[in-house]
Write a protein that binds this ligand. Sequence first.
Ligand code: UDP
Length: 414
Amino acid sequence: MAVKVRQKRQKKKRDDILAEFVYNRGSVSEMKTEKTKETGEQKMKAYDYVVIGAGLYGAVFAREAVKKGKKVLVIDKRSNIAGNVYTEQVEGIHVHKYGAHIFHTNNKKVWDYVTSFAEFNRFTNSPVANYKGELYSLPFNMYTFNKMWGVVTPEEAAAKIEEQRQAAGITEPKNLEEQAISLVGTDIYEKLIKGYTQKQWGRPCTELPSFIIRRLPVRLTFDNNYFNALYQGIPNGGYTQMVANMLQGVEVRLGVNYLANKAELDALADRVIYTGPIDAYFDYSLGTLQYRSVRFETETLACPNYQGNAVINYTDAETPYTRIIEHKHFEFGSTEPGTKTVISREYSAEWKPGDEPYYPVNDAQNGALYEQYKALADAEGKVLFGGRLGEYKYYDMDRVIESALARVRAELAK
Ligand code: UDP
C-alpha cells in the first residue's frame, strides 16, 4: 500500500514537472525584462548560456552547466522538450513520436550517465525483415543465412557469401552496393538491402557511402541482436520523462524560435549553444545541405498485438513505407497486453524547407558543403554548434551524449 502511495506521489511529481515544461512558454521580450539587469555602468548578462534546442545534446549541456552553478536558459521552437526522442502516451503506450529510438552504447560512462536519469528496461532490438511476405531475421546472421540459402553451419554460410562476392568481382568496395555485396552476397543485397536503402535515402545504393551499411553487424552466429553494444534498453516511463529529469532545475522556454529572434536571444548570454541545422543558422547562404525527412502515419488499432515485434522492415522497393513500428513492444516486461495497440508506418522523403530534418546525407558533396559551413561556424565567436543537425552527423543517441559531455566539460574548464 505504502509503495503504491509513493508511486502515485512520484507520478504526480513527474506530471507536475512535465506540466511546467508544457506551460512555461514566453515571448522573447518578456524574457528580456525579466532577466536582463543593469548594474551601474555594466550591463550584466542574464545567463551564462542560452541553449537552442531541448533535445539530448541541449539537455545534457544544460544539466552539466547548471550543475556547475551556471545560469542557463534552454529554448525550443517546438511545444515539447526532448527533440526527436520525444515520446507521448497514447492508450497508455509510449509512442516514439519522431521515430523509434533504441538506446545502445559500448561506453559505460554514457550508460551510467543516462541511467542516472531513468531506469532502462532490457529491450533488445531484433527487427524482422519482410520481403514480399518472406520473413528474415536481422541483422544478418545465421538465421538469415539459413532462411535465404538453407545453410546450416557458419562455414557453409561463409562459403556462400564468398562465392557470391567472387561472382560479383568486387575487390575494393567503392559504394554502398559494393560494400553490401562484399559483406553478405548478392541475394541478401537484392532482397534485404537494395529496396530498403533506396527508399530510406531516395538514392541508388551505388551513390551512397558504404559506411551506412557498416552500421549493421554481420554475424556467423545465431544472434538477432541488431546492435553490437554492451548496453541497450529503453527508459521506463519514456524518453520525454528522461529528458525532463535532465532538465530539472533548468529554465526552459518552449515555442520560442531562435532564428527569428536571434539578436535578442544572443544578447541574453555570453555563450550560445546551437543544436539546430547548421545551414539554417547561416540562412542557407552557401546553399542547402541535404537531409532526409521522415513522415509517420500513426494509427491506434483495436487489437492487442498487430505484428508481434517492435520493428518490421519492408525491404522491397514497392511497399511505400520503410518500416512499421508497434510501439507497445518497446516496453519490454510490460505484462499487460491491453486491447489496443499503436503502430506507425514510416515513410522516408527528401527534406524540403518547412519539413523536420532527420538524417544528414553524409555523402561527398554534402560533406564538402558542410566543411564550408563549419568554417563559418568556427568563426562565430560566441556560438557553439552541436548535435546531429548542428554538426551534420549521423549520430546515434550515445554519440550525441558523449559529444555533449565532452563539449560542456571543455567549455566549463575554460
Ligand atoms: N538496412 C538495410 N535493410 C534493413 C535495415 C537496414 O539495408 O532491413 C541498411 C540500410 O542501408 C540503412 C542502414 O542499414 O540505411 C541503417 O538502417 P537502420 O534502419 O538501422 O537506420 P536507422 O534509421 O535506425 O538509423
